[in-house]
Design a protein. Sequence first.
Length: 114
Amino acid sequence: MKTAELTGAALDWAVAKCEGITWEQGDIDAGEYGLGFAPSTDWAAGGPIIEREGIEFWTYSANQDEHGNFTAIKDAKHPSSAQHYSGQTPLIAAMRCYVASKLGADIDLPEAIA
């Protein structure tokens, strides 16, 4: 799946993978995604990742692009390797950016999440 399209449990699963958090298949089947780890919606989980990874937000009108999406950027000081990803919220944009920086623009998801 394209990293730019990840949302919800799929995005949280991908962030968990980047963080070294393992979700068991039973957890996924039971809908217990990450046992409460939801960095795409919870600032307590996503905020420290944004800070640690140096993810910044591109400045448009109120940080939103023409489609109402927020844009996050990683490695802004190195344009050739910079990651730019958008999302409906700052956390979604930032977590997509983080996942892309670690796993790439396309990732394989477990069947239960995909």
